[in-house]
Design a protein around this ligand. Structure first.
Ligand code: DGJ
Length: 335
C-alpha cells in the first residue's frame, strides 16, 4: 500500500495516469499519508462532498483477555473513534480521534475500560449535523447498548450524547444505512445476538422511532453491512463466533424493513467459507450507477487487536445476485 501510494502520487505528479485509480492489497498493512498504520477497525465510510471519510475503532496497543470472562473475550482499551479522509480511496489522511475517550470518568460509556465498536456516521441534511452511532458495551459485553454522538463537521469533534437499548432491547454489532429518501436505519444484533433488528430512526437521526422489523431470528447474524442497488436492498452479515472468522451470508429485500430473502454466502473460491479470514463491516457505494461497490471486512487478530487488517474487495453482480472473490491485489480499474 505504501509503495502503491508513492506510485500513485508520482503518476499524478507526472500527469501520466489517472490519480483516481486506487489500488488495494487486502490483508496487508495499510498506511496513512504520514506512513502510520491505519487504525480504524469495524469501520464505515461516509461519502460527503466528494470526500471519503473512514471512521473506525481506534484500538489501544495492548490486547488482553477480559479477567473472569469465560468466553474468548479479548479486548483492548477503547481509544475512541478515528477518522481518515481521502479523495481517491488510496491516500488516507488521519483526521484524528474524532470521538475522544473519556479518560477521567470511569463511569462514562466511553471510558477506555468500556467497549466502543463498529462506529458509523451519516450526515443529516435537515439539522446540518453529522451523526455517529456505535456499539457501546462493558468489558464482558453484558451492557449491550448503542451510543450516539453528533458533530458540526465530518472530522469532529463528536460530542457523545448517551447510550440506550432501543425500546428496551439489546443492541450489539451494528450498521447504519441512509436511504435515498433521507430516512436512516439502525441495524443491530439483539436478543442474545439471535435476531437482527432494523429500526427506522427519527428525522434528526438521534432517536429510534419504534418502527422496526426483526429479521433472521435464530440465525445469529452479526456485523451487518447494508447497501442499495437500484430498488434492491442488500445485507451482508457474519455468523457469530467472536473474533474468529466464519461464513458470511447475504440477503436481499425490496424495502429496508423487509421481508428479507436469504441468498447464501456471497464469497466464492478458496477460504470463502471463512470469508477469507475476515468479517463484514460496511459496503462503500463508490459509484452505484456503474455497479461499483466495495465490501469492507476486518481481518481480526484477536491476540493483538490493533494489528488487525483490512480486506476490501469489489462486489460483482449477476442479475440481483452478488459474488465476492479474493484478490491479492486489485484496483478500481478492475471494477
Ligand atoms: C464479534 C463482533 O463482530 C466484533 O465486533 C466484536 O464484538 C467481537 N465479536 C468480540 O468478541
Amino acid at each position: 500500500m505504501k509503495n502503491l501510494f508513492i506510485a500513485t502520487t508520482l503518476c499524478a505528479f507526472l500527469g501520466a495516469c489517472n490519480s483516481q485509480v486506487a489500488t488495494f492489497q487486502p490483508g496487508e498493512i495499510w498506511y496513512d499519508t504520514n506512513q502510520q498504520m491505519i487504525n480504524a477497525h469495524g469501520g464505515g465510510v461516509m461519502i460527503h462532498n466528494g470526500t471519503y471519510y473512514w471512521y473506525g475503532e481506534y484500538k489501544g496497543d495492548s490486547t488482553y483477555h477480559a479477567p473472569g470472562v469465560e468466553w474468548d473475550c479479548y479486548r483492548t482499551e477503547a481509544g475512541g473513534v478515528s477518522c481518515y479522509s481521502s479523495k481517491d480511496l488510496q491516500s488516507w489522511t488521519f483526521e484524528g480521534v474524532v470521538l475522544k475517550p473519556e479518560l477521567n470518568d470511569s463511569t462514562s460509556d466511553i471510558h477506555p475500560s468500556m467497549v466502543i465498536e463498529r462506529p458509523k456516521v451519516i450526515y443529516n441534511e435537515k439539522t446540518g449535523k453529522y451523526v455517529m452511532w456505535m456499539h457501546i458495551d462493558n468489558y464482558n459485553y453484558s451492557k449491550a447498548a448503542t451510543g450516539v454522538a453528533i458533530a458540526d463537521s465530518p472530522t469532529g469533534p463528536f460530542q457523545y450524547l448517551h447510550s440506550l437499548r432501543p425500546f428496551g432491547e439489546e443492541s450489539r454489532d451494528m450498521g447504519l444505512f441512509k436511504d435515498d429518501d433521507g430516512r436512516a436505519y439502525h441495524i443491530y444484533s439483539s436478543r442474545g445476538n439471535s435476531t437482527l433488528f432494523i429500526h427506522l430512526l427519527s428525522d434528526d437521526y438521534l432517536e429510534h422511532t419504534g418502527q422496526y422489523s426483526t429479521n433472521f431470528a435464530g440465525k445469529y447474524r452479526e456485523a451487518p453491512a447494508v447497501f442499495k442497488r437500484g430498488n434492491k436492498y442488500y445485507i451482508i452479515s457474519s455468523g457469530c463466533s467472536g473474533w474468529d472468522p466464519n461464513e458470511a451470508e447475504y440477503a436481499i429485500a425490496d424495502s429496508m424493513l423487509g421481508t428479507w430473502t436469504v441468498m447464501g454466502n456471497p464469497c466464492i473460491g478458496e477460504n470463502s467459507n471463512k470469508t477469507f479470514g475476515g468479517q463484514s463491516t460496511f459496503v462503500i457505494p463508490v459509484n452505484p450507477a456503474k455497479d461499483q461497490y466495495i465490501a469492507m471486512f476486518d481481518k481480526w487478530n484477536k491476540l493483538d487487536l490493533i494489528n488487525s487488517r483490512y480486506i476490501w474487495l469489489p462486489i460483482r453482480f449477476h442479475a440481483d445476485s452478488i459474488s465476492i472473490e479474493w484478490k491479492d491485489q486489485w484496483s478500481t480499474n478492475d471494477f
